[in-house]
Design a protein around this ligand. Structure first.
Ligand code: NDP
Length: 338
């Protein structure tokens, strides 16, 4: 403990009351190490990244974070500086994503985190700490979506695969990964100026959000997609289900459009399609570790550096605001210095 500083820098989100309204604001503060939980492993965070869920935590979404003040950040990568677990050594490079990090446990928007050993993935060979946070929860989730589609029989010869929220974290990495695996990918994006970026990631075709939304109310649509990765939910997800080819699958992982789903059974019983749920948060550690190893090896993504915008702690709030407005592009990587 003696080599460790007493205090460290962190983003703190505070809740204040304005009449009936709860307001949230953030600032960079000094915190004491003793304020962190008394957990197995203390980690000096080198990089974190900004995910949609962090934006929800920083803006008072009680489904994500119940109590404030709070330090968000569901992702962190860094070095172990103290360990009460024999499998994790001081000086080891590690990744922590999901579980309760950044939700109700002080998160990665800080120079230090303290977490249970069961949350910690050793950094796999082939990935740097920086690259692991360009991927972060978004990359892990994109890989889980792709894995689930493959496990449900999707192969490149079956036809086009759609990715929604294409310029966002999950979407952009899903495009790169599917394209690397030989799939013909159609990207759906709301950003008219994003075509060069999406082409570089490997999208063969690009469509607008309106094209997926304006489909009328028919119970089934023309067969179009062999598979899909959807981060939007709501009407867009349902229109995708209705346009899957016979036996096709959509991996559903997000709700940026809506958490609601108004559905009928017709696509399931007439076209044998699959709606596949994907969760990266409570994924068992062994599965999480296996996915990270794949991302470091056969599923490595060459465009990672292009996707990253590096920011500092005092630039986080602007990044969070842009994600809440649906204006994010690629991945915001928080550099906490070394
Ligand atoms: P980002 O903010 O990085 O990306 C979301 C993208 O969705 C935007 O960039 C935009 O892309 C598009 N979008 C935004 N608003 C709308 C809208 N109203 N209608 C349609 N499209 C919209 O978020 P992430 O990629 O980090 O996360 C995406 C979703 O996945 C979130 O809901 C998040 O909570 C969820 N998620 C779930 C996980 C799980 O374990 N299940 C893990 C990680 C994320 P464009 O402009 O190109 O259309």
């Amino acid at each position: 403990m003696s080599d460790l500083p007493e205090s460290f820098k962190a983003l703190r989100v505070e809740e204040t009351q304005d009449g009936d309204k709860l307001c949230y604001s953030s600032s960079v503060i000094e915190r004491h190490l003793s304020e962190l939980p008394d957990s197995d492993v203390l980690i000096k965070v080198h990089y974190s990244s900004v995910n949609y869920k962090d934006a929800l935590s920083a803006s008072g979404n009680k489904g994500v974070t119940r109590q404030y003040p709070h330090t968000p950040g569901i992702d962190a990568a860094g070095l172990v500086v103290r360990s009460q677990d024999s499998s994790l050594k001081v000086g080891q490079s590690v990744i922590v994503t999901g579980y309760d990090l950044g939700m109700n446990t002080s998160g990665g928007f800080a120079e230090y985190i303290a977490v249970p050993a069961q949350w910690v993935v050793p950094l796999p060979e082939g990935l740097s700490l920086f690259e692991s946070m360009v991927l972060g929860t978004a990359g892990l989730t994109a890989a889980l979506c792709v894995e689930k589609l493959l496990n449900n029989g999707l192969t490149p010869d079956q036809g086009d695969v759609l990715v929604t929220g294409a310029t966002g974290g999950v979407g952009s990495i899903a495009i790169a990964l599917l394209s690397k695996l030989g799939f013909s990918v159609t990207a759906c994006s709301g950003k008219a100026d994003s075509h060069p970026m999406l082409k570089r990631l490997g999208a063969g075709a690009i469509i607008t959000r309106e094209e997926l939304l304006d489909q009328g109310s028919r119970p089934m649509l023309k067969e179009r997609w062999a598979g899909a990765v959807d981060v939007v939910g709501g009407e867009m997800l349902w229109n995708i289900v209705k346009s899957l080819r016979y036996g096709g699958s959509v991996a559903c992982c997000g709700l940026v459009g809506s958490p609601k789903l108004e559905a009928t059974v017709f696509p399931f019983i007439l076209r044998s399609v699959n709606l596949l749920g994907v969760d990266s948060v409570l994924l068992p550690l062994a599965h999480k570790t296996a996915i990270w190893s794949k991302l470091a090896a056969q599923w490595n993504i060459e465009q990672l550096a292009d996707l990253a915008k590096i920011i500092a702690l005092d630039e986080l709030q602007a990044g969070i605001d842009s994600l809440l407005k649906g204006q994010g592009k690629g991945r915001l990587v928080l550099d906490l210095g070394r």
